[in-house]
Design a binder for this molecule. Structure first.
Ligand code: BT5
Length: 257
């Protein structure tokens, strides 16, 4: 059970995930959250970069020390975290984001949040797990390579005509409080059985055509839902298949989402 959350904040770090990992190799307890005003080496998946310009976005990571989590269940923690970010954006700002499986939250077809889960093993078992979340909050401009597919809380609130603006500390706390709620449901069964219905109600592209971009090939399919393990179920050429988190990108056929 995730119980006590303790918050630490730094103006600038290399990566909040790396900072948690350093502390986790020492004595740091489960529930330590490290957030930063900016990251000099923010990471996406498989060596990609995550942009977190100074004081515009949230970069925050939590340390988990699950007692006996099987290795296969670790990627599912990303899926749980996505629910928490969606929930926090909705309850604080009424922003009705969609979850782009496995690790993005999107609004109006653009990415507002990315999640990176990492772990370290001891004796072949997960020793600790780090969940890192990046959310664009005040960003108005993005680097050229992502400008077409990125958005922020403030930009989306403006689109709705709301006077309200995002607040990083408030949103960070709401995300981790919400994560605690979902994670503690997940950890009981170590799967998505208690969360699947809610998850699927927010899944982007549900019932729609998507393009599966795997390393060796790319093909079209229909997104059907998720399994109890948090894997994506698709139907391609009349056959159901399961896509595991890993280096597979799922895209709507008309663009990034
Ligand atoms: C992710 O990877 O989306 C995971 C991002 C996790 C970031 C958090 S911040 C706190 C913690 N500390 C870290 O060092 N990381 C975590 P992926 O699905 O691989 O997407 C990466 C891609 O998203 C990049 O290649 C860009 O195309 C795009 N991207 C980069 N920065 C972005 C931003 N601020 N907003 C939207 N898209 C962005």
């Amino acid at each position: 059970m995730l119980d006590n959350i303790q918050y630490e904040y730094f103006e600038s770090v290399d990566s909040t995930n790396d900072k948690i990992k350093q502390r986790a190799r020492g004595e740091a307890a489960e529930g330590l959250v490290i957030s930063a005003g900016t990251q000099t080496a923010g990471k996406g998946r498989v060596g990609r970069k995550w942009e977190s310009p100074k004081n515009d976005s949230i970069a925050t990571s939590i340390l988990l020390r699950p007692d006996s989590m099987p290795l296969e269940a670790v990627p599912t923690v990303t899926v749980v975290a996505a629910m928490a970010v969606r929930d926090a954006l909705y309850s604080l700002y009424n922003l009705d984001g969609k979850i782009k499986w496995p690790n993005d939250i999107v609004l109006n077809g653009k990415k507002i949040c990315g999640i990176l889960t990492e772990m370290e093993l001891k004796d072949g078992k997960p020793w600790f797990v780090v969940v890192g979340i990046g959310v664009n909050v005040h960003n108005r401009q993005f680097d050229d390579d992502i400008a077409f597919k990125a958005t922020s809380v403030d930009l989306e609130l403006e689109k709705l005509g709301a006077a309200q603006r995002g607040h990083r500390a408030e949103l960070t706390r709401a995300i981790w409080e919400s994560f605690k709620k979902y994670y503690n449901i997940f950890i009981k069964t170590q799967d998505m059985s208690g969360l699947k219905g809610e998850y699927e109600s927010h899944l982007a592209n549900l019932g729609e055509r998507v393009r599966i971009e795997a390393q060796e090939k790319s093909y079209e399919a229909i997104a059907i839902g998720i399994t109890d393990k948090g894997e994506l179920i698709i139907e391609a050429s009349g056959e159901r298949k399961i896509i595991r988190t890993g280096e597979v990108s799922v895209r709507g056929i008309y663009g990034y989402v």
